[in-house]
Design a protein around this ligand. Structure first.
Ligand code: ATP
Length: 349
């Protein structure tokens, strides 16, 4: 187990900056998820921590020890990637035991450790199979067992579940979370899937354009997104962002008006999550027309057209509506966020 400290970490490729000065502390035993869209710098951060890439500037400490220029093999970490990279000619047992073989662990000790690691991912009854005889989920479990067999001080996982189908991914996600808590090994996990990040992480780091946008627990980030990028990246569907203008304590937008006391005048964006909007009979914060109504089983997702925008509303399962019906909506005033025009930063309440 170990803490990880990244100080002013920067990476450029020629004139291109893949990572701006990044500062981050990862706690001992923490499950930290790096989340962001393609190209935001997630894998670069991971490769720098792993020692597969050298930073342009900055420092990396693992377990309090500076490793900025230490080769990957001397960092005592294990990696799990999207492509499991199993050796096809080796059995499951040989694949799992390979890191121990490299480390010259004796055969008997190796066999015992392989059995323990394989049992943790429920693969101990398939040790003599070859990777070609396994399902995708089983292969991913072998890759996990191979990572845990050496009891490293740090796990680095880069989209390890993305090759699996949706159902298996959900199962493996729960297993991975359980296993990480059981082993209590510090884990840094990269994904572009916000559901995976929300469900797995102790804390999430949201990256965009080579910069950290926000660091926080899943519930902090969901309830209080720092800016419009985070607001529109987290949640399914994400937070509604409605453009408008504040004049004399009233936010005017294409679909109506909302009183907002104590807010500075001028253009702004109002943020509200789909579940914090309800359908109203009388006076409304927004009047629009039903664009679509989708029954999701436990709820109905309504998309409401308001001017140029579509507003998502999570309503009860009985609240389905016909297309183009006029509809009035009210927003929970306690859940409204106001973002600056231009910078997109959230204003404090
Ligand atoms: P994805 O989810 O698509 O893997 P990512 O967030 O992991 O994206 P990175 O792989 O960290 O993104 O890449 C960040 C940026 O740096 C990208 O724009 C990428 O094109 C660029 N980049 C990465 N490696 C190199 C390289 N060796 N040479 C030049 N540019 C690179």
């Amino acid at each position: 187990m170990a803490t990880v400290e990244l100080s002013n970490l920067r990476k450029t490729f020629g004139t291109f900056t893949a990572l701006e000065s990044l500062n981050l502390h990862v706690d001992d035993g923490e499950f930290l998820v790096l989340l962001g869209p393609s190209g935001c710098g997630k894998s670069t951060t991971m490769r720098l921590i792993a020692g597969l890439e050298e930073p342009t500037s900055g420092e990396i400490l693992i377990g309090g020890r500076e490793v900025t220029n230490t080769p990957a093999r001397d960092r005592n970490l294990a990696m799990v990637f999207q492509n499991y990279a199993l050796y096809p000619h080796m059995t499951v047992g040989e694949n799992i035991g390979y890191p121990l073989k490299i480390a010259r662990v004796s055969r008997t000790e190796r066999e015992a450790q392989v059995r323990t690691a394989a049992a943790k991912v429920e693969m101990d009854n398939l040790l003599t199979r070859r990777p070609s005889e396994l399902s995708g989920g089983q292969r991913q479990r072998v890759a996990l067992a191979r990572a845990i067999v050496r009891t490293p001080q740090l796990f680095l996982m880069d989209e390890p579940l993305s090759n699996l189908d949706a159902k298996l991914r959900t199962v493996m996600r729960a297993e991975l979370k359980h296993l990480q808590k059981e082993l209590a090994t510090t884990t840094i996990y990269v994904t572009h899937d916000q559901v995976e990040a929300m469900t797995l992480a102790d804390r999430i780091v949201i990256l965009n354009d080579a910069r950290i946008q926000q660091v926080g627990t899943p519930s902090e980030i969901y309830a209080n997104p720092a800016n419009t990028f985070v607001a529109s990246f987290i949640g399914s569907p994400p937070m509604n962002l409605i453009k408008g203008e504040i004049r004399a304590g009233v936010f005017k937008h294409a679909g109506g008006e909302i009183s907002l006391a104590r807010q500075p005048e001028g253009k702004a964006t109002l943020g509200i999550r789909p579940e914090d909007i309800s359908v109203a009979d009388g006076q409304a914060d927004l009047a629009g027309q039903v664009y679509s109504s989708e029954l999701l089983g436990d709820s109905t997702l309504l998309n409401i057209r308001s001017g140029e925008e579509l507003i998502a509303v999570k309503a009860g399962p009985e609240e389905g509506r016909g297309m183009n019906e006029p509809i009035n909506l009210v927003f929970d005033p306690a859940k409204i966020a106001i973002f600056e025009d231009g910078s997109g930063e959230r204003r404090s309440k």
